[in-house]
Design a protein around this ligand. Sequence first.
Ligand code: PSV
Ligand code: MN
Ligand code: MN
Length: 424
Amino acid sequence: MQIEKYKIDEINQQHLAKHRRQFEFVAADVANLDLVLQKLGAFNIAIPSWALGTGGTRFGRFSGGGEPRSLEEKIEDVGVIHALNKSSNSISLHIPWDIPENAASIKALAAQVGLHFDAVNSNTFQDQPNQKHSYKYGSLHHVDKAVRKQAIEHNIEVIKYGVQLDSKALSVWLSDGSNFPGQLNFRRAFQNTQESLQEIYDALPDDWKMWIEYKPYEPNFYSTTIGDWGQSYLLASKLGAKASTLVDLGHHLQGTNIEQIVSILLMEGKLAGFHFNDSKYGDDDLTVGSINPYQLFLIFNELVEGMDARGMNHAKDIGWMIDASHNVKDPIEDLLQSVQAIKIAYAQALLVDKNTLVTAQNNNDVTLAQEILQTAYRTDVRPLIAEASLLAGGSIDPVGTYRKLNVRANLIKERGLKTVATGL
Ligand code: PSV
Ligand code: MN
Ligand code: MN
């Protein structure tokens, strides 16, 4: 299933007059319009291969129909997303959920729809059939060296798959932790993790990175061995320049000031990138921007400020990815919404009047500083996003166009109603 460009253009045509009116209204007040449009055009967010099927909870799963049954079909779906929004030009694989058996043909298929491969993710939080040792009590931190070795070897195997696909980063999330006080010697668990990661780090190709994700709880409910950004940062610092900290927005306790964490990691050159999602209670994996869009904007405000201060390339120098799950929505629609929400927050951050903000900060003018941020946040930047998409050959309104083209109905016709995406 591929969407032909002329179909997107036809639908764009129907909305063009309204779009022009709205665009000119907002554009009139954007001083750096060309730069904003150029930055939005260059910005892409990777789609995880595990997010294209309907997710579930431990209480059940309700298939939406027409889900991808293979890696090839997942690539097709990301191709659909990218054709519509022109901002999703890569896919991130979780191994062994998605194994690229024939890397050359998988790469060629992806290239046909304008995609490349983002970070590869290892999985030592589940036991796989025929696996010798169990990860019930952890993987890289395990008390038994044989289990650690098995987990190290898995990560090295994932790097090998990634090399075949031209990925440039290994993303490591460990569920390792403990469920009850006394179960674990924290220090030993941390040291074991460090030693194991060092072996994996030593196997990284020269131009690769290691992204270390943290999470406070779940599936373990007393401690997690890489439980917060401090522990991830400590490991990344000990490992070396190729290792850095990955921020998954859902992996924080309620009320955590994520934008401050982002700012400090960026300052230290240790911000790997993001797993974007939104959350009301915990690691809810909800659509990006659906619960707390202001927080997302504040994160982007720190990113734009910090990346500019370090002379970094917004589009390339850190990893941008979605890590969300969709229990009741069409996954493709949900991912389109997430990408739009990220671009909205980014565009708003680009509109912040930085010079006046710096003056306000230096004068301790708290009211003015707040006004400056909120003026940018309250600007309806959607016409800017639509214009950038239009310029890149995408859709003015990706979700609307997806619906008008009946993509899901066609996928159901092709793949069937009762589908279970692989890997879930
Ligand atoms: C864990 O909650 C996590 O955020 C990690 O990134 C995993 O790789 C992913 O979710 C699996 O769904
Ligand atoms: Mn994640
Ligand atoms: Mn998560």
